[in-house]
Design a protein around this ligand. Structure first.
Ligand code: NAD
Length: 375
């Protein structure tokens, strides 16, 4: 059985597995083929892969030889036509947005595991790619903001006068948001946080930040830890409260998301206009519309005197560690679908295997994707 690792598309620096995890698959008796230069942008050269026991070869050979293909992003259709019958694809395919692609892949007979659909349970934590990548994105977002801000983050008392600490607001206290809080606190900023899930208040406070209280959020207890759509009344109350903090903020790190839906717009144009000249917004929700008015995905622009950074893939800017943790998530997941001897064994009784399987046996097998296709 051969596992193949492909080079990611242009602009993506991560690789699906580094040599340090790959060596463990080789020890399991698995043959691993890696496309030439797949790890180059993540500082893992071809020699390191060969030393780990992989065969480094051209893309077409990997595509046509592998029974399992590992990637981050999806592989183009014309290339998938070169794969073996019933190939297993594992990556981050965003099926709640790409449900038509899942249907097409199912009808081509591929078995598809999308790791972004892994249930957010304790047992699944070691395979949770959303967490491992969001953690990096939250950290990088703050560093990027610090770089762009024309002011200090920490407070300074100097002979030339005193500098007040930067005021930073975080929208959304999920994995990325909490890492942003921790990073900003380490740099000396004063941090405020807004989230619709009251459960995060304690975590925010334990990191030394202030939680912005807004009563009346919709109950999200049945949403598997994710946030849910809010009522218009709540949205208005939240907006009024956020407006007070926006006007005082030097930096906003926006991370608020609704799974499989457009991101909530939390800062409108009038609110943006009240920000200090030179303020910085880094919006990690940019790919689903952003939390802040005017943000453009994959672009840094100036609007009303504010620098707006729209980037939902900041983990790709730290490719060595992002690939390290992604590859570890991948390795841990592979252990659920392989025997100790390295043979494929798909156990759909396992809630993690079932939860992230989108297509198998010629059909779409995930309930949510089925209902999106039916609607
Ligand atoms: P996410 O990226 O889906 O969303 C980021 C944050 O935005 C969330 O905290 C959400 O409540 C918040 N948000 C949404 N709408 C908002 C609004 N209108 N205003 C303000 N904030 C808003 O979050 P995530 O990091 O993927 O985490 C989602 C859930 O999964 C959390 O409950 C987290 O604790 C849980 N989780 C569990 C595991 C695990 O057990 N394996 C791992 C990671 C995360």
């Amino acid at each position: 059985m051969i596992i193949g690792i492909l080079k990611e598309p242009a602009g993506e620096n991560r690789v699906a597995m580094l040599p340090e995890q790959l060596v463990l698959l080789v020890k399991q008796g698995i043959e691993v083929m890696v496309e030439k230069d797949a790890g180059a942008n993540a500082f893992a050269n071809n020699e390191l892969y060969v030393t780990a026991g992989a065969t480094v070869t051209n893309r077409n050979t990997v595509l046509s030889s592998a029974s399992i293909l590992l990637s981050y992003w999806s592989i183009p259709d014309d290339e998938l036509a070169k794969t073996q019958k019933g190939v297993i694809l594992i990556g981050v395919f965003q099926p709640l947005f790409n449900f038509q692609l899942m249907k097409a892949w199912a009808s081509n007979g591929f078995t598809v595991f999308s790791l972004d659909m892994i249930p957010r349970t304790t047992r699944a934590q070691s395979m949770d790619v959303l967490s491992s990548q969001a953690n990096i994105a939250g950290y990088k977002a703050v560093l990027k903001a610090a770089n762009l801000l024309p002011r200090y983050f920490p407070m300074f008392m100097t002979a030339a006068g005193s500098i007040p600490p930067a005021k930073l607001m975080v929208l959304g206290a999920g994995v990325a948001g909490l890492q942003a809080v921790a990073t900003a606190k380490r740099l000396g900023a004063v941090v405020e946080v807004s989230d619709t899930r009251p459960a995060v208040k304690e975590e925010v406070m334990s990191l030394g930040a202030k939680f912005i209280e807004v009563d009346g959020a919709a109950d999200a207890s049945a949403a598997g830890g994710y946030a849910v759509e809010q009522t218009e009344e709540f949205k208005q109350k939240q907006k009024e409260r956020l407006a007070l903090s926006v006007a005082k903020s030097d930096v906003i790190i926006a991370t608020a998301q609704l799974q499989g839906k457009p991101a909530p717009l939390l800062i409108d144009e009038n609110m943006l206009k009240t920000m200090k000249p030179g303020a910085v917004v880094v919006d990690l929700a940019a790919s689903t519309g952003g939390n802040v008015f005017g943000v453009q995905n994959n672009a840094t622009i100036q609007l009303h005197g504010v620098t707006l950074v729209g980037n939902s893939q900041l983990a790709s800017d730290m490719p060595a560690d992002a690939s390290k943790v992604y590859g570890k998530n991948m390795f841990n997941f592979l252990q659920l679908i392989l025997t100790k001897e390295g043979a494929i064994h798909l156990n759909f009784e396992d809630d993690i295997v079932k939860g992230c399987c989108m297509a198998h046996g010629g059909a779409v097998v995930n309930d949510r994707i089925q209902s999106l296709l039916a609607s």
